[in-house]
Design a protein around this ligand. Structure first.
Ligand SMILES: Cc1ncc(COP(=O)(O)O)c(C=O)c1O
Length: 385
């Protein structure tokens, strides 16, 4: 009989759920708004779309394994050498490659609770030992992370801004942190959402650093609007980038992803629009939540985290929003059971979401205070992280 390794046997399998159209049919809803996966409400970069259309006829050809043009362009854009960049099938895949390249089975991956699920899944899948420390005030506790490292710690994962809290750590905090991390530990600095806070004076732009043990990851899934194409990159010292390049699949990112990302990279007009729409939506949400008395975390991201009284409240909140056609994210699986994450939307979707929440929240609060909550039937729908 085939023996399935213990760490694979114990992985939580992917749960396929109801599709949005199925949900609409079942609940008789005319409108469904999904603000649950931190996607770009403006769609893909139009320049990327045009480039992809043009590139379609070459789809029978294998891609250049080094993603030559894209790598060159990224290096130029961010002031790096091409040998300091490797492109892959999204940040999620790149994180896996970093773990494969710089740690062995049984080594420890040190991070925080309440951060991007991809690091937990990859660590468990590869049989590394996950050490996830509590958040401090819903943000990474860099001091605790430094103190908790052992000789088994080979990787530290940080997300800045963090998902799902939207919090950031500052340049001063990051400098302090890097000066204390041993040089045999690879630090992954995940900057999936950096474009949403690049104007914050205290935000540390990871690509401006040159540490021998720092790998910065970025994605085209968020601000560039290309989540469905699956493309991201890692930047770091040549020695580490060369090792990551050895373990990645040769023909990733795929042809259309490379072409789309190349065009999106310098679509500054689209990036500006993304920032403006995000800022407007987040401000509207903040005002709305303040009006309703819902506590939330200050965000530097394209999403905002609501803190509800407890897990049951958050679960009911999620289900009742769903009943009215609004899909948000209950972030229990990230380690924040009382949290609901909602991402920024177009003006219309933001308005719709606030309308739904204005209907749901006060009533639910009232029911909870009286202790007579009517439970909705649980309903899983497909959500990416
Ligand atoms: C912090 C963070 N990193 C990485 C990703 C995934 O990026 P990609 O789509 O490039 O795999 C996400 C997705 O939600 C994220 O929140």
């Amino acid at each position: 009989m085939i023996k399935i390794p213990h760490h694979i046997e114990n992985l939580w399998p992917y749960k396929a759920g109801k599709s949005i159209s199925e949900l609409a049919r079942e609940k008789g809803l005319k409108r469904i708004v999904k603000l649950a996966s931190n996607e770009n409400p403006n769609g893909p970069s139009p320049r990327a779309l045009a480039a992809i259309r043009q590139a379609l006829p070459q789809s029978h050809l294998y891609v250049d394994p080094g993603a030559f043009e894209l790598t060159q362009a990224i290096a130029k854009e961010f002031g790096k050498r091409p040998s300091q960049i490797v492109c892959g099938h999204g940040t999620d895949a790149i994180i896996e490659y970093i773990l494969v390249a710089f740690s062995d089975a049984g080594d420890e991956v040190l991070t925080s609770q309440g951060t991007f699920i991809g690091i937990y899944v990859n660590t468990n899948k590869l049989g590394r030992r996950l050490v996830a420390l509590p958040l401090k005030n819903y943000a990474f506790d860099l001091e605790a992370i430094v103190k908790s490292g052992t000789e088994k710690t080979k990787i530290i994962y940080l997300a800045n801004p963090n998902n799902p809290t939207g919090s950031i750590f500052t340049r001063t905090q990051f400098d302090w942190f890097m000066s204390r991390v041993p040089d045999y530990v690879t630090v992954i600095l995940d900057e999936a959402y950096c474009q949403y806070c690049e104007n914050e004076p205290e935000y540390p732009n990871g690509l401006e650093y040159e540490y021998d043990n720092l790998v910065v990851t970025r994605t085209f899934s968020k601000a560039y609007g290309l989540g469905g194409l699956r493309v991201g990159f890692a930047a770091g010292p040549e020695r580490l980038i060369s090792a990551i390049s050895k373990v990645k699949l040769p023909f990733e990112p795929n042809h259309l992803a490379q072409v789309g990302a190349l065009a999106a990279l310098t679509d500054y007009e689209f990036l500006k629009l993304t920032q403006i729409v995000n800022e407007r939506s987040i401000r509207q949400f903040e005002e709305g939540f303040d009006r309703l008395g819902i506590s939330h975390i200050k965000t530097y991201c394209n999403s905002i985290l609501l803190l509800l009284p407890n897990e049951q409240f958050a679960e009911q909140f999620f289900l009742r929003c769903l009943d009215r056609g609004l899909i948000v994210r209950h972030v229990k699986s990230f380690g924040i059971p009382e949290g609901i994450r909602i991402n920024s939307g177009s003006d219309e979707d933001t308005e719709f979401a606030l309308e739904v929440i204005t209907n749901v929240y006060p009533k639910l609060k009232e029911e909870f205070s009286q202790g007579n909550v009517i439970k909705n039937e649980a309903c899983i729908i497909h959500q990416s992280e």
